[in-house]
Design a protein around this ligand. Structure first.
Ligand code: ZN
Length: 80
């Protein structure tokens, strides 16, 4: 894991132009920053990916919780 982190850092240091999402300036204020994120396709893709990841994690957590409850309920019935 440490080697992987070192490789990512080395890649970022050796190819700084790839670190930037797109050319141009980023706005300084908070409100225009939100507008920028919602109008640039690369930032939108990042937001969509993050939303999908969080949504998937929430759905997985709910599924695991539901399954645990079912198993607990069945174990209680078995003991009766
Ligand atoms: Zn940007």
């Amino acid at each position: 894991m440490h080697l992987l982190k070192d490789l990512f850092v080395a890649a970022a240091v050796l190819t700084p132009s790839l670190s930037f999402a797109h050319e141009g300036q980023h706005p300084g204020s908070l409100i225009s920053g939100f507008g920028h994120v919602l109008t640039e396709p690369d930032h939108l893709a990042m937001v969509a990916g993050l939303a999908a990841l969080i949504g998937g994690a929430v759905m997985l957590r709910r599924a695991i919780s539901k399954r645990k409850k079912a198993v607990t309920k069945q174990a209680a019935r078995t003991q009766e």
